[in-house]
Design a protein around this ligand. Sequence first.
Ligand code: UDP
Length: 403
Amino acid sequence: MPKIDDYIPIVGQSVIDDLRLLADHLKGKRIQHINSTAVGGGVAEILNRMVPLLKELGVNTHWDVIKGGEKFYDVTKKFHNALHGKEGDVSNEELATFLENGERNLKEMDLSADIVFVHDPQPITLVKKKKENKWIWRCHVDVSRPNPKVWEFLGKFIAQYDASVFSAPGFSPQLSIPQFLIAPSIDPLSDKNKELPPETIEAVLRKYNIVKDKPIVTQISRFDYLKDPVGVIEAFKQVRKYIDCQLILAGGTASDDPEGQKVLDEVMEKAKGVPDVHVLLMPHNDIEVNALQCASDVIVQKSIKEGFGLTISEALWKSKPVVAGNVGGIPLQVTHKYSGLLCHSVDGCAFAIKQLLNSPAYAKKLGENGREHVRNNFLLTRHLKEYMLLFLSLYHKEDVVYL
Ligand code: UDP
C-alpha cells in the first residue's frame, strides 16, 4: 500500500505538508463514510484509497456499506437513472421499498461519528438518526436535470444535512443547505494507475486472447446503458471501414447495479459477427484494468450521462488520447482538442477515433496534456485536501470557506 510520503515526487512536498497540517486540525474527530457497495463503480474506487490515507494522516476514519436486497437495488438503480434525467415514473410502492430498507439499516448501524459522510442516494435516509453530529451528503450523479418526483422525494432528506457536495458547477441545484463543489479524483499510485512493467501488460493481453497486431480502441465501464457500450460498437464499425483496428469493451459488475447482465447480453448480441471486437466480462482486478488501459491506443468513454467518469482521468494519467461524450463531469477532464476529443454522437465518436488513429503525433500531444491536467486537478491529494477543508468548515460556519 502506498504511503502518503510516496506522493511527494508526484505532487511536491508542500502539498503533503498541507495535508498533514489539515489532518492535525481534525484530531479527535471521527469520520464515517457510508455508501452502498464496497466494490465496483467510482465511489468504491475512491473510498478504497481515500480511507486508508486519511487514517495514515491520523484522521479517525472508517467506511461502512449499507445492506440491501435485490428489490432495493432495483429501486435505487431506477433512482440513479431518474436523477440522470431518464423519463418514467417511480411508483409509491418503490418509494416505500426504499424507505423500508433505510429503516432496516437505521436500526443496525452505529451513526454516532462526529461527521457522517453519506455518498449518493442509496443511504440518504440514514440522516433521520442525526443528532448533534454533522452530516454531509455527497452526490456523485449528474443532477442537472433530475426527474422531479425523485428529486423532490430526496429533497426532504437532503434538507436535513449540514452540507452537500457536487462534482461539477452545472449540477448545483437550488438547496436550503450549503453546497460545496469538489471534483472526484484518482490515485496515481494505486494498482489501477501505477506504472506497470511491459510483461504484466503482455500477460493480461494473453489472458484475454488479445494480440497487439493492430491498434486497440478500448472502453472500460460497468455494462450500463448510460455508458452506451452499444454506441461504441456502432462507432467502431464505422472506424473499421477505414482503419484496421480492434475494440475492447471491458467491464465488471457492481453489487448495487442490477442492470449489468441485461446490458451485457445486448452488447454480446450487437457484437456478434463484428470482427475484432473483444467483449470482456472481467473480475474486479485493478491490475488488469490498468494493463488494458496501458495497452490501448485510444480510450473511449462514450457516456450519455456521467457524474464524472473516473475512467477518463485514469486514461489521461496514462497519457492516453481519449474520446468522450460531452456530458456531465466529462468536460472538466477533457478540453476539446487540448486534453482529448469530445463527441455528441456515434458519428462524432467514430470521426474522433479515426482522427486519433490517423494522427499519432496529435494523439500523443492530447494524451500528454491530459496527464498534466490530471496531475494539476484530479489526483487524490487535492481531493483529500478539499474534503478535510470541508470537514473543518463545518465547525467554522461563521468563516467563509471557498473550495
Ligand atoms: N472499473 C473497474 N472494472 C470494470 C469497470 C470499471 O475497475 O470492469 C472501474 C474504473 O476503472 C473506474 C470505476 O470502476 O475506476 C468506474 O468509475 P466511473 O466514475 O468511471 O463510473 P461509475 O461506474 O462510477 O459510473
